[in-house]
Design a protein around this ligand. Sequence first.
Ligand SMILES: [Zn+2]
Length: 375
Amino acid sequence: MHKFEIIQQGKPNGEGVILFYRTGKGTEIYCLGVPLHYASGEDWDLGPSWCYVIPGRKLTLVDTGQFDKYDLLKPMLKQAGFDVKDVKRVIVTHGHEDHDGNLTDIFKASGAELWAHFAYQNMIAYYPGIDDGANRPDFPGSCRTCVMPDEFNKNCRRYQSDRSLIKIDNPVKNGETLPDLKVRFILTPGHSPDSLCAILDEEIVFGGDTLLPTITPHPSLMLEYLVNKRVLPEGYGDRNDAYGLAAYINSLHTIEVECAGADLLLPGHRLFEHGSINYLKPAERAKEVIYFHRERCENILKILGSRILNLEEISVELFPPRLRKGWGKYMARREVMSHLELLADLGDVEWADGKNFTSRATGQRGYNSYFDTFN
Ligand SMILES: [Zn+2]
């Protein structure tokens, strides 16, 4: 049975909580619930970002919390018994602001080396000369398709520009391993094109946002591929395998296969929730999430029926009002879009008006055989 030791108590959603875990092979892991600055309403609470410390010959940090949270991360490291200057290696699960913040400060203090997906370097850079239909051609690769209003993303600017100066020491390829720790990387694009998971001692999976307890991350969109085609490393994503729900589902299947022997997920969010730890087997959870998306495709086709609807109209019927509150409405539309893209690819829906993204069901049920291939 897994045994976590509580090093520091915190909030029931995990904020401020520090846990200790030892693998069967004796590798130690400290789990830090570093708070986010999203308002954690009663209706929906993402909880903190989880960062993981693996002591050993090279003190390793897996994810670095949200940007502007260095002053929260540092004391939590201290409480676990480490100084930020001791960090020798950072592994970033993907280039989103709630997972790769504070890198500049950490590198300044420690000189640590960075391991990240080989596409990460491209995602953090700016491309002022490439428009290609980007909502925000002035933002770095990871954020060119940002749909959030200025009021939301104005705080990201300094983080984005600091981050753009970072160099990845070790661009990670699929199947790569670390020399001194039993860590094996698998590339798992879909939530973002630069997502990876790290498998430790064939027992633990650091899932980033790719695999989460109780929620599923927003898949990226196939449309984003067109916007970022020239931003991605050459040869990557050519078959549209870096973006979109299909890419994400492929990655979940990769986890099912590659992590079949692992028995504990250490996710980027919600390791700890309602005052207790979420224990999940990675392969089982991946299977559940694939099934969840199958049901969501089915529900969207049901909602469409014989009507022509736009993204907002579908999301109003698909999601309860609490999930569409505030910024939630943008995320809800995006979620619908990622499923419609897959359904359109499978021939189950067609675009009635591609400009406004209204769609209709064709009466086909190609998603059944598509999802059957993952059983
Ligand atoms: Zn993310």
